[in-house]
Design a protein around this ligand. Sequence first.
Ligand SMILES: CC(C)CCOP(=O)(O)OP(=O)(O)O
Ligand SMILES: [Mg+2]
Ligand SMILES: [Mg+2]
Ligand SMILES: [Mg+2]
Length: 160
Amino acid sequence: KGAAAVEAPVPRVGVVVFLLKGKAVLLGKRRSSIGDSTFALPGGHLEIEIVSHSELRSGESFEECGARELMEETGLGIEKVEFLTVTNNLFLEEPKPSHYVTIFLRAALADPEQVPQILEPDKCDGWDWYEWDNLPQPLFWPLQKMVQEGFNPFPICSNS
Ligand SMILES: CC(C)CCOP(=O)(O)OP(=O)(O)O
Ligand SMILES: [Mg+2]
Ligand SMILES: [Mg+2]
Ligand SMILES: [Mg+2]
């Protein structure tokens, strides 16, 4: 008898943001079925705005999604949002298998003085700024993989 067919998870799109401040990046400790208790960039699911059962408004852009997720999760306003890279991430170890195509953006604080708030305490233990050459452990594995491969999210001529 054949093994039961395995349901392949439908790929979803995640948009995460390297919010940079000097040589530091904003990270939060996740409370989630995916990457629980690991340090991850702020961000989340690319959403289609469902207005009613019969009307979909046009979906959000990557940049709009990044800015929305940052506002929802930290209350921070961001600017100079740029596309950096994309990765293909299969989460097969998690309780429920999932598959994310993850869009990585870079941004700066609109107000450099603004302080992040923990607006979703059930999803994040807290936000903090971490120097890129002294990142906390454990990192959320898609980010860990990029760091190990030498990814650098900072602008080349960063004179900031
Ligand atoms: C798993 C990740 C790459 C994409 C989903 O991110 P997330 O779990 O932070 O999602 P939300 O912020 O939308 O809840
Ligand atoms: Mg979110
Ligand atoms: Mg999120
Ligand atoms: Mg979301």
